[in-house]
Design a protein around this ligand. Structure first.
Ligand code: SF4
Length: 307
């Protein structure tokens, strides 16, 4: 392990690696309340720390040991005293996109937040908790901003430089405005807010509300859960799961086309497709020629505390 090596022998790159490793541990100790990136940005702007990084290569071995200890104490201090302001480290926005509340409805109506960047998480849907990584099942519907593919990062986070920016900063949702890693007070007060649902967004479009209800009835997650429970005892149920997944896909495409719903907002209207979520049930669909197979790849860990 890097941290057991002797600092006197490190070159500048090794110093940086060991320090980053240590910062990660420090952030972990705070339960990631103080993000590692924030500790890094704060420490790197400290004049003494800057001097250590810049002059490390020319230091004598005994100076390096002393400087390493000094660097650790500066870092510890910065972790314990996060600046009461956003340093634009971007970590909040990487831990997951925001969930929307009723108060955000105006941002949608005025299209300050485009509809094609929204996604519905339906009741019963398996979701990975951003902090624990565990899968849990939603007890109620949520509307969220999309995340960058394969990550938990909000689509509106601009990460092109060290300092991250929000591309809809002036019109960011309530949860983002309340988020402050140095003070959780405003964030904790969100528990009194009402979550936004598709009923609120499409309140004036009866036909769409009917379709949403019908889709939930025919392709609800309860059905999928039930079949996966059966699958544990009877592998023949795999075909029923594949049929349901195919039916859900057909429903969204058929109804979407009939009603001229733009494909880019299917994930808002119908929620995420069964097909894209199948891995969260510990399975994947394999295709060989015209035949589709269900392959079991793991089990879903449920975390009731996170419901
Ligand atoms: S909307 Fe902006 S502030 Fe909110 S999570 Fe996305 S990038 Fe961050």
């Amino acid at each position: 392990m890097k941290k057991h090596q002797n600092p006197a022998e490190w070159n500048t790159n090794q110093l940086k690696d060991n320090w980053l490793y240590w910062v990660e541990e420090l952030s972990e100790e705070t339960g990631h309340v103080v993000p590692a990136k924030r500790i890094i940005l704060q420490t790197e702007s400290d004049p003494e720390a800057m001097f250590i990084f810049q002059s490390w290569q020319n230091m004598r071995p005994e100076e390096r040991v002393k400087s390493w200890k000094k660097l650790l104490s500066i870092t510890q201090r910065e972790a314990e005293n996060p600046l009461p302001a956003c340093v634009q480290c971007g970590e909040c926005c990487r831990r997951g996109s925001p969930t929307l509340y009723m108060e955000d409805l105006e941002l949608l109506k005025t299209e300050k937040i485009p509809w094609n960047q929204l996604v519905t998480l339906r009741r019963g849907e398996p979701v990975r908790h951003p902090a624990s990584g565990k899968t849990f099942f939603l007890v109620d519907e949520r509307i969220k901003l999309r995340e960058k593919p394969g990550t938990n990062t909000c689509v509106f986070l601009n990460e092109t430089s060290d300092v991250c920016t929000c591309t809809i900063y002036e019109n960011r949702p309530l949860q983002c405005r309340a988020q402050a890693c140095w003070d959780l007070t405003a964030y904790e007060q969100l528990k009194d807010q009402v979550y936004l649902t598709r009923r609120d967004i499409f309140a004036e479009v009866d036909v769409l509300l009917d379709i949403i209800i019908e889709h939930d009835k025919r392709c609800g997650f309860e059905k999928l859960h039930f079949l996966f429970q059966q699958l544990e005892r009877n592998r023949d149920v795999a075909n029923q799961i594949l049929d349901l997944v195919a039916y859900e896909s057909h429903f969204r495409n058929f109804v979407g086309q009939q009603l001229n719903i733009p494909e880019e907002i299917y994930d808002l209207v119908f929620g995420r497709s069964f097909e894209t979520l199948i891995s969260l049930f510990g399975c994947k669909i394999k295709i060989s020629g015209d035949t589709r197979y269900l392959e079991v790849i793991g089990t879903v860990e449920e975390d009731p505390k996170k419901r």
